[in-house]
Design a protein around this ligand. Structure first.
Ligand code: PLP
Length: 410
C-alpha cells in the first residue's frame, strides 16, 4: 500500500479543515459569480457545535461543488482544497486497490454505479467513433445475463446494441461456447467494435466473471474491443478477500473500473466511482461547457464535494488492515451461514470471496422470504432465487433466526 493508511481522527479533521480553507468560503469571502452558496442557514445551521467534530457534515454545510473531472487538466479553482482530497481518494483506489501505476489514471466520484457504468460505455463508444470512425451500428456491448440493469439502460441511452451472454444456471459462469457463437454472429451481422462489461460480483449472485473468457475469444477473432469491470458490488470486498485477484489494472486489457462506495463501504448515497487509464476520458469532452473552469469530462454536472470527503474519512479511518479485518468478519459470517445451509441440504450459490449467498427459491417458502426481507431475483412467479447479503448489520443472531425458520420446515 503506497497511499492508503490509517490516520487518527484528529489528523483527518485537520486535513479537511485545511482543505475547506482553500475553497471559496461563501460565508466570509466576497464571491459574486456562483449560483451557489453554503446550505441554507435557516435550516442547516453552520454554527451548530457538533459540526466542529464532524468534518464530513461540516463539508456538507460548506457545500463545495466538484463539477468536472479533477485528474485531467485544470479544474474549478474555487473548490481546489476539497478537489485535492478527491484526487487522494481516487489515487488510493486506483493505485492501492487496483494496481494502477502512479498518476496514470483518470476518474471521479460519480453519483453512483449506474453513472460510472454509463460513463464507461460513453467513453468507449466515443473512443471507437473518434479513433476508428465507427458507426453506432458497428459497435456492440457484450455482457452476461447476470449483468446489472445499468448496462441495458446505457445501451438504450447511447443507442448501442447489447448482446447478452448466457451463464450456467448453477455456477453462474459465462457459457463460453454460447458466447463464441453470439460473438461470431455479431461479427457476421456487421459488428466490429466490442464494449465488454465483466462483473466483479454480480448484484444478485456475487458471481465474478473471468475477464479472460471474453478477451481470449475476442483476441483470437482479431476484433477491436475495450473492457470495463463493473465492481459496483464487489469493488470494496473482492480485492481484499482474494489477494491473488488479477481483476485490476495489472491486466493491460482492463481499461476502466466502476466501484460503489455507497454499498459495501457504507458511504452516503451519491458515491459511485469511475476510474480509467489515461488517454480515454477525453473522448467525452463537452466543448460547450465553457462556464466550467477546466474541462467537463463527466456525465453529471454539479456534484457534492462532501461525498469525496465521506469516502476519504471512511478509507483513512480504517486503513488497509482495518478494512481487511472488517471484510474478514463478513466472510466468516458468510461461511457460517453456508455451513448451516449445507447441514440442512438447502442449495445455494456463493462465490467463496463474496459476502452474498443466493438460495434456490424452491427451498425457501414465500412467507419466510417476506419475513426476512430476502431479495428475489425476479419480483414475479418465475423467481428462482432469493439472496442474503451479509452486511455489517447482518449478524449471526439474525442469520440464525432464518436458519431456524428453515429448519422448522422439515
Ligand atoms: C448497484 C450496482 C450498480 C448500480 O449502482 P447504483 O449505485 O445503484 O447506481 C451497477 N452494477 C452493479 C453490479 C451493482 O451491484
Amino acid at each position: 500500500m503506497k497511499y492508503w493508511k490509517k490516520l487518527p481522527h484528529r489528523s483527518l479533521q485537520t486535513r479537511i479543515e485545511m482543505a475547506l480553507k482553500e475553497n471559496v468560503d461563501f460565508e466570509n469571502d466576497i464571491s459574486l459569480g456562483y449560483p451557489a452558496s453554503k446550505l441554507d442557514n435557516k435550516v442547516f445551521y453552520s454554527d451548530a457545535s457538533f459540526l466542529k467534530d464532524a468534518p464530513t457534515l461540516k463539508t456538507y454545510v460548506a457545500n463545495p461543488n466538484h463539477i468536472g473531472c479533477h485528474t485531467f487538466g485544470d479544474s474549478e479553482s474555487a473548490f481546489k482544497g476539497t478537489q485535492e482530497i478527491e484526487r487522494e481518494v481516487l489515487r488510493v483506489m486506483a493505485v492501492d486497490f487496483f494496481k494502477m501505476e502512479d498518476e496514470q489514471f483518470d476518474g471521479y466520484i460519480a453519483p453512483g454505479g449506474t453513472e460510472a457504468n454509463i460513463q464507461a460505455l460513453w467513453v468507449f463508444r466515443n473512443y471507437f467513433t473518434n479513433h476508428f470512425n465507427a458507426k453506432a451500428s458497428e459497435i456492440v456491448i457484450l455482457a452476461s445475463e447476470d449483468t446489472h440493469y445499468s448496462i441495458p439502460k446505457g445501451s438504450n441511452l447511447l443507442n448501442i446494441d447489447l448482446m447478452s451472454a448466457p451463464v450456467q444456471f448453477e455456477s453462474r459462469e459465462i457459457d463460453a461456447v454460447a458466447l463464441e457463437s453470439i460473438v461470431k454472429k455479431a461479427i457476421a451481422d456487421g459488428k466490429k467494435y466490442f464494449i465488454v462489461i465483466a462483473n466483479m460480483a454480480t448484484t444478485m449472485f456475487g458471481s465474478v466473471d473471468d475477464p479472460d473468457v471474453y478477451t481470449n475469444l475476442l483476441d483470437s477473432l482479431g476484433v477491436q474491443y475495450k473492457l470495463h469491470i463493473d465492481g459496483a458490488y464487489g469493488g470494496f470486498v473482492y480485492p481484499f478477500s482474494n489477494l491473488k485477484s488479477s481483476i485490476n489494472f495489472s491486466n493491460p486489457k482492463i481499461s476502466s473500473i466502476t466501484i460503489d462506495a455507497h454499498k459495501m463501504l457504507q458511504a452516503p448515497y451519491g458515491t459511485g466511482v469511475y476510474l480509467s487509464r489515461k488517454g480515454l476520458i477525453e473522448n467525452v469532452i463537452t466543448k460547450e461547457a465553457e462556464y466550467v473552469e477546466g474541462m467537463d469530462l463527466t456525465l453529471c454536472g454539479s456534484r457534492s464535494g462532501a461525498n469525496a470527503i465521506a469516502v476519504y474519512m471512511i478509507l483513512f479511518t480504517y486503513g488497509p488492515y482495518g478494512w481487511y479485518e472488517k471484510i474478514s468478519v463478513l466472510l466468516m459470517r458468510t461461511n457460517w451461514f453456508c455451513k448451516q445451509l449445507d447441514q440442512l441440504s438447502i442449495p445455494y450459490f456463493r462465490n467463496e470471496y463474496m459476502n452474498i449467498v443466493t438460495l434456490y427459491s424452491s427451498h425457501v417458502p414465500h412467507e419466510i422470504a417476506v419475513k426476512f426481507d430476502l431479495v428475489p431475483e425476479q419480483h414475479n412467479d418465475k423467481n428462482k432465487w432469493y439472496k442474503v447479503v451479509i452486511m455489517d448489520h447482518v449478524e449471526i443472531d439474525s442469520l440464525l433466526q432464518l436458519i431456524n425458520a428453515l429448519k422448522e420446515l422439515d
